[in-house]
Design a protein around this ligand. Structure first.
Ligand code: 5GP
Ligand code: MN
Length: 317
């Protein structure tokens, strides 16, 4: 697959709406903002369909509220970024799927291609890495410092600071090229990986106290509820920094993080170096990558959600 169709899609249209997935992470916000700056640089109209409140506070250093069109009025092309499937568009799913002129740029192997033009590169460590490739292929574009910072943040986020097994030579070269444009990588890494609110640090003991180990120490599960978070005045995504904690326990092959949100349970799966958690997630209606995948289980509770996941994970051993 090449990016030429996306390039044509960009050349052929003038008014773009860019949308990411629900509960945006660094790759999502960084890719949306990076592409928004790129489109502006080449003289296109573009808006990012995301509200400032949806952007986790620690990612607001790359957020520019001028990009936001909220519920967009007029656009002729719709681009989804970092969305493994149409469900990830949440309340914009129907609007996107019924729109005539759509594209999708993504790196999830479980993505079946839900847009008109699909650029899905599972070997890319981040959607941001594909946005960087696209920037290089656009001969009429010079990346600005702002765009470079957003795209670098996207790639650094999804690779855990260029350290996950998804990181390739191309990923590092993209990071190096973006760094050369002139950004403060140390500040970005500190913001993404080494800065917590006091409330988050205090949350660690509550969440680690829910830890349970299964299958001879190969599976570890932790959980959090939205009641706990809201009782402390925290956001639903304030516990996400602990998502990989279960996997980091020696001997663990699958780490599970359960988040009770209203009547649903959001499940995050992380694998060590053998299990393919994207398959488990896909079987349960979610998706993702080999080492990081997720699902939302509807109308359930933590006890039932844990049973469902352990039943699926059991087949691995
Ligand atoms: P996280 O656990 O951090 O939310 O997500 C891990 C990976 O799985 C991400 O790449 C994310 O896009 C994907 N993912 C998470 N939740 C879902 C889901 O409900 N459906 C699909 N298709 N993918 C998901
Ligand atoms: Mn991503």
């Amino acid at each position: 697959m090449s990016l030429s169709e996306i390039k044509k899609f960009i050349e052929a249209n003038d008014n773009f709406a860019i949308i990411g997935h629900t509960n945006p992470d660094g790759d999502c916000v960084g890719s949306c903002m990076g592409l928004w700056y790129m489109l502006k640089t080449i003289g296109k109209n573009a808006r990012v369909i995301m509200d400032t409140e949806d952007v986790p506070p620690f990612l607001r250093f790359i957020w520019n509220s001028e990009s936001s069109g909220g519920e967009a009025d007029s656009f002729d092309a719709y681009i989804a970024l970092d969305c493994a499937g149409a469900d990830r568009l949440a309340r914009f799913k129907d609007e996107f799927c019924s729109f005539k002129n759509t594209a999708c740029i993504d790196h999830h192997r479980t993505n079946v291609g839900f847009a008109g033009v699909n650029a899905i590169f599972p070997e890319a460590a981040a959607t941001g890495e594909i946005i960087y490739r696209l920037a290089k292929e656009m001969s009429n574009l010079t990346l600005t410092a702002e765009a470079a910072e957003c795209i670098y943040t996207a790639i650094a986020s999804d690779t855990g600071g260029f350290k996950y097994s998804s990181t390739t030579g191309d990923t590092l070269r993209a990071g190096a090229d973006l760094l050369d444009i002139g950004l403060d990588s140390a500040a970005i890494h500190k913001r993404l990986f080494d800065t917590y609110t006091l409330g988050q640090i205090q949350l660690i003991s509550d969440i680690t106290s829910t830890l349970s180990m299964h299958f001879g120490g190969k599976v570890a599960v932790i959980s959090v509820t939205d009641e706990l978070l809201s009782s402390r005045g925290m956001r639903a995504d304030d516990a996400d920094f602990l998502v990989s904690l279960p996997r980091s326990i020696e001997g663990v092959e699958v780490g599970v993080f359960l988040k009770k949100r209203g009547s649903d349970v959001k499940v995050s799966l992380r694998s060590g170096d053998s299990a393919d958690v994207s398959e488990i997630a896909a079987r349960l209606g979610g998706g993702g990558h080999i080492r990081a995948a997720g699902i939302t289980l509807k109308n359930t509770n933590l006890v039932k959600a844990k049973e469902i996941i352990l039943e699926e994970v059991k087949n691995l051993f």
